[in-house]
Design a protein around this ligand. Sequence first.
Ligand code: PGA
Length: 254
Amino acid sequence: MREKIVAGNWKMNTSIQEGKHLAEDILSGLDRVPEGVTLIVAPPFTHLFPIACLIGARKNPGLAAQNCADRNNGAFTGEVSSSMLASVPCQYVILGHSERRQYYGETNQILLDKIKLALDGGLRPIFCVGEVLSKRESNLHFQIVSSQLREVLCQLDPDEFRKVIVAYEPVWAIGTGKTATSGQAQEMHAFIRAFLAESFGELAESTPILYGGSCKPSNAAEIFAQRDVDGGLIGGASLKADDFLAIAGSFARP
Ligand code: PGA
């Protein structure tokens, strides 16, 4: 059985105090998370250590950073390395989010460097792929996603690849209130799994592939019920503990 994961990407939101409250609210509602579902929170860098202290020895939720440097420790002012994140301790790092690609010029080559360093540092990457609206409208979405996979994930060796979590996030659905239909999500998730199987064989069967883009309590159950959807990467709705927990609760209990 594949892992089921619901990850909250807080983006550049909340003060440390607000973030700690949000984390406390999530911790006090963990009984709403079905058995076997891994919850992950990805607060801003500044919040990671205080939230790690709140989480303590619990397995759930895991802690993710939203980015890491493409270099090792050293003279790189303003950057945060994967080994620093691992020392918080964080277990995961989101890489390749469309906002990083679009606003900070992160290319597939930079992302490959980051993924390698993340894995070396002991972190599991949550690697995001997805197409902008114009590419979907011109029927180029499979081509875009396959090049993102080919140039980054397919360059890993199988032992590295087995730690990766993929997130399909159609850029036109992020923060827009416009969700992919469950059919569109399933179609792309199945495509991603088949594409990865060409390089990694049956390992791709156990790769968690999360959906992201305006996922909320009212649509999560239908999307998560799709065969190749293994959970969600949640932006806006992860800033409300109640909504985030309701989304995690959308997995049918076994
Ligand atoms: P959203 O963001 O849920 O607010 O659309 C998802 C994401 O960017 O990860």
